[in-house]
Ligand binder design. Structure first.
Ligand code: SF4
Length: 333
């Protein structure tokens, strides 16, 4: 990963006349915190958020940003349909290594022609190169249009696969340029179509089918534990790009009409002990979909996404697993 372009950040801050800034770093960039702080402090009053920021959906709480002119968040791209509370600079940075694509075997893609090309933001600059490579080998790569939550065509994040949906009728399979498997599993499940990952660390293309089957087995085992739940916590996360209070209220109504005993909660920090103290049987979480999935083992009770809850209690019966996706959020009060 290359270093953030500090001069570019300084130029943008000067253009907006900022004096006091809040700097937000993903955990992978925290080791550079001293260098960044010192470089920016020559011109600006800087404070760094110590917490983790996993996406542009999270710019911290009012207490953190109330007395700054600008937030600088590194590593993520803007969510165009989120109403941020302060001017924000999203400084993206990209995977640095050049790819020797000729090393990659394409045998696994034989039988496919139209390939939906997707990427996570760190690999966006490689999309054209991968597309040219595929074209040169006789494939037809297609990059899908994103919805208003996403900044770039072809981009996927853990809660939004709109770039895949927009071309689902045109492609035979998807190829996700990434390293982590979650995005590719998400594409396979949400688009219900064969998906491969071009793993840029391992320089190989791998089918997501076995991973997706494993994911589903584990997930269904977890979800089924909630079938006898009575006391439910329905949680709205107050992070600005995760705030779905209307969905939480709808889930409250649905749970009540089923004869369950739901309570509505707001939270910024999702701690398993909070729900243990509440003695709830299951949590339905409307914030980041990855919390229910990545952190499931931290919770002693099942923690479900909204579609999982609606499917388990037969409010909706889509006949297959539905990924929770965020397309838009509610405005914060
Ligand atoms: S809601 Fe979750 S998956 Fe979506 S951008 Fe935020 S951290 Fe990533």
């Amino acid at each position: 990963m290359r270093k953030p372009d500090v001069q570019n950040i300084i130029n943008k801050l000067n253009e907006m006349g900022a004096k006091k800034i809040l700097l937000q770093l993903p955990d992978g960039l925290k080791p550079q915190a001293y260098d960044l702080f010192n470089a920016l402090s020559r011109q600006f009053s800087v404070v760094i958020s110590s917490g983790g920021f996993y996406g542009a959906c999270d710019v911290g709480t009012y207490e953190m940003y109330s007395d700054v002119d600008c937030i600088v968040q590194l590593g993520h791209s803007i969510m165009p349909n989120v109403r941020y509370p302060k001017p924000i600079i999203f400084e993206e940075f990209f995977f640095e290594n050049d790819l020797d694509l000729e090393r990659i075997s394409l045998d696994i893609l034989s039988g496919y022609h139209n390939i939906g090309l997707l990427f996570s933001i760190q690999y966006m600059h490689l999309a054209a190169k991968v597309g040219d490579f595929l074209t040169g080998k006789g494939f037809h790569p297609i990059i899908g249009k994103q919805d208003e939550r996403m900044a770039y065509p072809g981009q996927v994040i853990g809660c939004n696969f709109s770039s895949a949906h927009s071309i689902s009728g045109e492609v035979d399979c998807y190829l996700v340029v990434s390293t982590g498997k979650f995005h590719a599993i998400g594409v396979q499940l949400s688009a219900d179509k064969e998906t491969f990952i071009l793993d840029v660390n391992e320089m190989r293309i791998v089918s997501m089918k076995d991973e997706t089957d494993r994911f589903l087995r584990k997930r269904y085992a977890k979800i089924s534990r909630a079938v006898d739940a009575k006391n439910i916590c329905v949680v709205a996360d107050t992070k600005i790009g995760q705030y779905r209070i209307k969905l939480a209220e709808l889930l409250m109504k649905q749970a009540t009409s089923l004869g369950l005993n739901p309570i509505l909660l707001k939270a910024d920090d999702v701690k398993p002990s909070d729900y243990e103290n509440l003695r709830c049987d299951a949590v339905v979480f409307t914030g980041c979909p990855r919390v229910s999935i990545d952190d499931e083992d931290k919770f002693s009770m099942p923690i479900l996404t909204p579609p999982e809850f609606q499917s388990l209690f037969k409010i909706k019966s889509p006949g297959r697993y539905v990924m929770d996706e965020i397309t838009a959020v509610d405005n914060m009060p």
